[in-house]
Design a protein around this ligand. Sequence first.
Ligand code: RP5
Length: 153
Amino acid sequence: MGSRSDWPTLREAAETLTRLSVPHEARVVSAHRTPDRLYAYASGAAARGLKVIIAGAGGAAHLPGMAASMTTLPVLGVPVESHTLKGLDSLLSIVQMPGGVPVGTLAIGRAGAINAALLAASILALSDPALAERLAAFRAAQTAAVPETVEDG
Ligand code: RP5
């Protein structure tokens, strides 16, 4: 994430990965305040064994795109809701990548963070049958938890 202030949003991704028993790490890496850290993190990610990067940032959210420019790992971008523009700035900063350097962009805020984790799990599950089973169980439990009427639950 681009700042510790992004953690309330990105924590949703971390918690979702924990629920699915997907090993992960959380780091603060700012495209603007810590560019050298960003370079080291993104360019070294594959060699460290990372498989997917979830990059969340707000405002002038250059973190996901810059990370994607330095790795061919899948990069999933989460637009953090900004106070001034409600995350529309973050969304547009992340989604409008030039052709050739992809960032899979999720929804603004909590839903985007959760879905980034689920999408990362789906990618990893392609080569991890046990994770695929856990993911299917997660979705089945989610479906079962939806009440059919407003009186239920
Ligand atoms: C972005 O600026 C961060 O991703 C964060 O969403 C936003 C504000 O950062 P702080 O000023 O709260 O550290 O780089």
